[in-house]
Design a protein around this ligand. Sequence first.
Ligand code: NAP
Length: 358
Amino acid sequence: MKVLAILYNGFNAAVKEPRLLGTVENKLGIDKWLASRGHEYIVSSDKEGPDSDFQKHIVDAEVLITTPFHPGYLTREIMEKAKNLKICVTAGVGSDHVDLNAAVDHKIQVLEVTGSNVVSVAEHVVMNILTLVRNFVPAHEMIERGDWQVSDVARNAFDLEGKVVGTIGAGRIGYRVLERLIPFDCKEHLYYDYAKLPAEREKAVKARKVEDIEDFVGQCDVVTVNAPLHEGTRGLINEKLLSKFKPGAWLVNTARGAICDADAVAAALKSGQLRGYAGDVWNVQPAPKDHPWRTMKNPLGGGNGMTPHYSGTTLDAQARYAAGTKSILENYFEGKEQDPANVIVGVGAWATKSYGQR
Ligand code: NAP
């Protein structure tokens, strides 16, 4: 059986750090295991265009492994060429780089390692919130420059205590963010989601559901996005919705870049409507060198907490999603039932509601 994996390059770092499992060099740690079972295993980072390894090898691969950190975009058009393709495994969480409706039509199963990096991301969200609210990045840059002018950074630094924090999506990550915020004594924890949490789960994280998204963002000092990218969330945070935010609010998005309109966010930061924007996800990955989110700033020259997509690929997370990928493959090879929580698209049918209500 041919197994194709599209992963990111680790170069020297991956040679020196074998726990960088999700790299081309370390192959999710499953190369010897696959070889011992007689499978052909192709691993590459080359994913764009018709001459890429991705498009060359997808033609006869039965199994595709991709990762959200360096997404191999599996479009309907590419699926039409992939005559043998039966299963796509996302090494991580978030399979929006696969055309999921087309996967249903082509009877290609899509699975992800649900839960594998949700703590990693929740911790990153809390860090991003604090980074913005405390105005950390300009303060650190000042020190690197050799300057020391406390008032220049203190003029835009606040406490998180007493602020209203809201999450769009109160699933595995969003809920864990609220759990981790409890000791900060925020004024309120809000959430916007389809379903209401059970009363005891709400109480445990001091959360209140707000039904209308404009009403929700209008009440929050900090908004964090923790919902999947799908038809209902693509471009959700656009110019119109940003105009409903509290002036000077902070926005943290580690879910997916395309949930926000990139130009509208950059403009809102420039005008001060947003005081800060942070996250690690971009509408195209790798992000082009001239992407506005790399350099956008608020009127005081700060407010940008962007990084490359790495919140869910800590070494701890890589160990979990590499093990989860192996277990999904093992089930597939042996015809065993998959863990239902991992199944996004089953054979010819959606298996989850998480990618939009339908
Ligand atoms: P999850 O447990 O499925 O939670 C997502 C929640 O969002 C669910 O409660 C879902 O509701 C809700 N939701 C869906 N559409 C919504 C909408 N339009 N408005 C409000 N809420 C909506 O997923 P998770 O594990 O928390 O992960 C969430 C996302 O984070 C992933 O899909 C992925 O895109 C991203 N992520 C990023 C990284 C990273 O490294 N940056 C790593 C992991 C995950 P229902 O269940 O009722 O549909």
